[in-house]
Ligand binder design. Structure first.
Ligand SMILES: Cc1cc2nc3c(=O)[nH]c(=O)nc-3n(C[C@H](O)[C@H](O)[C@H](O)COP(=O)(O)OP(=O)(O)OC[C@H]3O[C@@H](n4cnc5c(N)ncnc54)[C@H](O)[C@@H]3O)c2cc1C
Length: 195
């Protein structure tokens, strides 16, 4: 997050300093990993990367200089922060969704209205990725911290959370709302105790 504790890679003086700052962050925030990383070295002088961008959802229909229309796909139309690791699968799911829309269109025109319909069909699932990723970017709410703590001891909670990476639509049913999250953990705890 801009201005956050990990926002330390501006004005870095070369790859060596980039690595040093990375290790400092690791030591401070994930010391259990740092212990395994004290002897690391860069593979080469081009092995570091620093940058930033703002998660964005764009109008899917582009107009070319020739006047023709282009339908945006993947990151070009929906780009999320990388922290949930959703980008590659989302781009593939976008392509699959567009393919289905193209085949169903048959001989009808691939005009702007159709492009927006094709995008909306993809967005019906992609919006869950965006909502969840944006939620993970912020400070976790108390019920989210409880949920993740519960996942440390309850296999069902851990499985459901992990499977959300495959289908983030499921987060709508328990992750965002404190009451639903608490009910889910209480139910999983009861089952876990009985089982
Ligand atoms: C730092 C970082 C970490 C990430 N980590 C993960 C992760 O752990 N897991 C995950 O799933 N995703 C991750 N992503 C996101 C993932 O890389 C992207 O979401 C995914 O690559 C998007 O696929 P795409 O096909 O839409 O676009 P891209 O993979 O960007 O492909 C677009 C292609 O178009 C080409 N191109 C651009 N302009 C032109 C032009 N005018 N003519 C011809 N070709 C052109 C580009 O060279 C590029 O090859 C990460 C992204 C970043 C930046």
């Amino acid at each position: 997050m801009p201005g956050g504790p990990l926002d330390v890679f501006q004005h870095v003086d070369g790859p060596g300093e980039h690595l040093a700052r990375t290790l400092e962050l690791l030591e401070r925030y994930a010391p259990w990993e740092y212990g395994r990383a004290t002897a690391v070295e860069l593979t080469d002088a081009h092995a570091t990367l620093a940058g930033r961008y703002t998660p964005t959802v764009r109008d899917p229909v582009g107009r070319l200089p020739s006047g023709g229309l282009a339908l945006g796909v993947g990151d070009a139309v929906v780009v999320n922060d990388p922290l949930t690791g959703q980008g590659s699968n989302s781009a593939a799911k976008c392509a699959a969704s567009y393919l289905a829309s193209i085949i169903e269109r048959g001989d009808e025109p691939f005009d702007a209205d159709w492009m927006r319909m094709a995008f909306e069909r993809y967005w019906a699932s992609a919006r869950h990725v965006t909502r969840w990723t944006n939620a993970m970017l912020g400070s976790p709410a108390r019920h989210v911290r409880s949920l993740i703590a519960a996942a440390g001891g309850l296999q069902h909670v851990a499985d459901r959370f992990a499977n959300g990476y495959d289908d983030p639509a499921d987060f709508e049913d328990y992750f965002f709302d404190a009451t639903k999250a608490e009910a889910f953990v209480a139910e999983a705890t009861a089952v876990g105790v009985v089982g």
